[in-house]
Design a protein around this ligand. Structure first.
Ligand SMILES: *Cc1c(COP(=O)(O)O)cnc(C)c1O
Length: 471
């Protein structure tokens, strides 16, 4: 392996790559991170320093080789520490967005986490322990989904986008799919209905207008090229005012009369009516099936409160065909996700979902409950912050469902607002975020806001410590 010869602005001043690699902190970092990564860091630090010396913006250490080496070692230690903390690491969501897509949407229940851990080694994902022979893949999740939704059969793939792709490519390739113009939406994370349709090989037949689509608009568009009627839940988007779209039952009835498939992409996957918590307009899957939909898809990690998955339920004959499509083989769930999904679904069947699934616990927490927690949390800050100039105020606010569900939900909350005379809101926010265990807060009107709705009670101590370290 030949290392490029690095010529320095003042060779006497800059250490060589080898010299840096042979001394602390590189030696320890190499054992933690591997030589390749540390070498890349050392090279970039030396190159950066060389450029600085050449441009005369060297600042510290000019003319003193030992000071330059110490400065580079110091920077290397910081880079190495950042690198060690990088990747998918745990954070605390204090932003009050329950299904925060950038933070992994639904936090899993303790039971789901335990199920994932159990499944991580060898596990009976496609094996029937009773008979000692090969079995179907994940039959328990299928059985539980049938019980929960009233559907004849069920199937789960990687996410809801994959579910739509599988359904459309299996049943509508080279044929037309009729969709209302009011439902040609983009849902966070680049899910766009027209794009998925195109990639599945189906042709989009748009009907109606943005705000109003009638049953006769669908009916007039039906031809011998039509494979399917598709209804898409607009999720993160609401059209209000002069609007109209046919109900699921009307569309399902019409599709049946014309002998074609009616598929509803329900998106968030509510198992029960959540309007009591201020979450309205979310279809309950059992209701969609009861209305006559042939196939329904929804996400596992939105309102269901489980792992990332795309679940399809519906008529046995159709789900059976999906199961034998080559796309299913490419999109199916792995063993750990299957185990977490089974555990999540079991929680519903035990009637414990609202108490044990974090998403439902957070969504169902009342404004009074959060106000009470916030008051005692603020009191703990006051008790411990001593002479600090930190200003802590409680204020009424709103939490969000997030994850492309129920954008206008009314989730009243209490926020803990932080200000400091010597720090901008950006600085406070970033110092909380850069804590050993990052605390993700939100900025609003010059203040940093902490919303305890999305902070588990056992995480409160970590949030408190991060706030006290602001000084
Ligand atoms: C969120 C959503 C999707 C995408 O789901 P993923 O699980 O993120 O792939 C698709 N359709 C609807 C209606 C949605 O709400």
């Amino acid at each position: 392996m030949s290392e490029t010869v690095e010529r320095s602005a003042d060779p006497a001043l800059l250490p060589s790559v080898d010299e840096m690699l042979a001394r602390p902190p590189a030696v320890e970092l190499i054992s933690d991170l591997g030589r390749e990564r540390v070498l890349a860091m050392v090279r970039s630090l030396i190159a950066e320093k060389r450029a600085a010396l050449r441009d005369g913006r060297a600042g510290s250490g000019t003319g003193d080789r030992r000071a330059v080496v110490a400065e580079l070692a110091d920077k290397l230690a910081k880079l190495g520490a950042d690198e060690k903390r990088s990747g998918v690491r745990r954070v605390i969501n204090a932003a009050g967005v329950v299904l925060h897509t950038n933070l992994g949407r639904a936090p899993l229940s303790a039971e789901s986490v335990a199920a994932m851990r159990d499944a991580a080694g060898y596990s009976a994902i496609e094996y029937d322990v009773a008979s000692g022979s090969r079995g179907p893949r994940g039959p328990k999740a299928i059985a539980l989904l049938k019980l929960l939704t009233g559907a004849e059969d069920a199937l789960a793939v990687n996410n809801c986008a994959a579910a739509a792709l599988l359904v459309l490519s299996t049943f509508a390739q080279g044929r037309e799919v009729i969709v209302s113009r009011g439902e040609l939406v983009e849902i966070g994370g680049d899910f766009r209905v027209p794009d998925i349709l195109t990639r599945s090989g189906a042709f989009l037949r748009e009907v109606g207008t943005t705000n109003r689509t009638h049953l006769r608009d669908y009916e007039n568009a039906i031809s011998d090229r039509t494979a399917m009627i598709l209804k898409v839940h607009p999720s993160n988007f609401r059209i209000t005012g002069f609007t109209k779209s046919p109900a699921t039952a009307e569309l399902a009835g019409m599709a049946k009369r014309h002998n074609m498939i009616f598929f509803e992409d329900a998106g968030s996957g509510a198992m029960t009516d959540l309007s009591g918590f201020g979450i309205t307009g979310e279809p309950v899957i059992r209701g969609v099936i009861a209305s006559g939909a042939d196939l329904v898809s929804f996400s596992g990690d939105k309102l269901l409160g489980g792992p990332q998955a795309g679940i399809i339920v519906g008529r046995a004959e159709l789900v059976g065909r999906l199961r034998h499509d080559p796309y299913y083989r490419a999109l199916r769930l792995d063993k750990m996700i299957t185990a977490a999904l089974e555990a999540t679904l079991e929680t519903y069947l035990r009637g414990r979902a609202a108490d044990e699934l974090p998403v439902l616990k957070m969504l169902s927490a009342s404004a009074e409950e959060i106000a009470e927690r916030s008051r005692s949390f603020a009191a703990r800050i006051a008790e411990r912050s001593g002479a600090s100039a930190l200003v802590v105020e409680l204020d009424a606010g709103k939490s969000a469902v997030g994850g492309g569900a129920s954008p206008d939900a009314a989730l009243g909350t209490t926020v803990i607002a932080l200000r400091h005379p010597e720090m901008s809101e950006m600085e406070i926010e970033s110092r909380l975020r850069l804590a050993e265990l990052p605390v993700i807060a939100r900025i609003d009107a010059g203040r940093v806001l902490i919303d305890l709705r999305t902070v588990a009670e056992q995480e409160e101590d970590d949030v408190l410590e991060a706030i006290l370290r602001l000084g």
